[in-house]
Design a protein around this ligand. Sequence first.
Ligand SMILES: [Zn+2]
Length: 235
Amino acid sequence: MPLLSLHQLRQGFAHMFFPVLCEGCRRPLIDGEQVLCLSCCLEVPETSYHSRHDNDTEQRFSGRFPFVRATSWAWFTPDSLLQHLVHALKYHNRPEIGTWLGTRLGEQLMAAGWAHDTHMVIPVPLHPSRQATRGYNQSSIIAASLAAAMQLPTGNNHLHRIRKTDSQTQKTRTERAENMAGAFEVRDTAGIAGRHILLIDDVLTTGATLEACALALLAVPGVKISIATIGIAVS
Ligand SMILES: [Zn+2]
């Protein structure tokens, strides 16, 4: 048996007294598991959409703006395990959940061949004041690990949220689009001209936010857009 390093010993003791629990079933995670245990992982309803054109994610954007491809990792339903994970990521200071989710999706997109013609990954930005309250932008956390899994660079300084928008939850699709229009601005346009950008968000609902981001980016000459989200909301 190999000798344990001091770090491994410390980790072992920490796990003994403060075991890391599965976010799904609250059982202690074993070696190699993060966030969810293997059996809870298998419960997440993944879409397997990444190689399927005209999938439900693509249909939500169809006819609204040109894109190369679009996909989502899993179905996002009320009171689901995925809703719990995204809620913890956004409101309970759990950035490691975003890192884990981004890695899952990034590995799948890599396997589906998305990296070969994509130049950079850009997250949907939060307004600076909201980011200051939350401490981080959940989409940036997802985008960072997703980009690492796809061996692509991230571009965090090209797309900016310049206007704080009202909550979208009580709005119709048209009201959401109006609410979002002009909320984003592209800076350093030379850095993205002619690039194929993979735009990342946590959960796709009507797509008004992603549409506003895409329209801002598409105003730069030669830009092409693809989209990937962790969840696709269904009621
Ligand atoms: Zn579990």
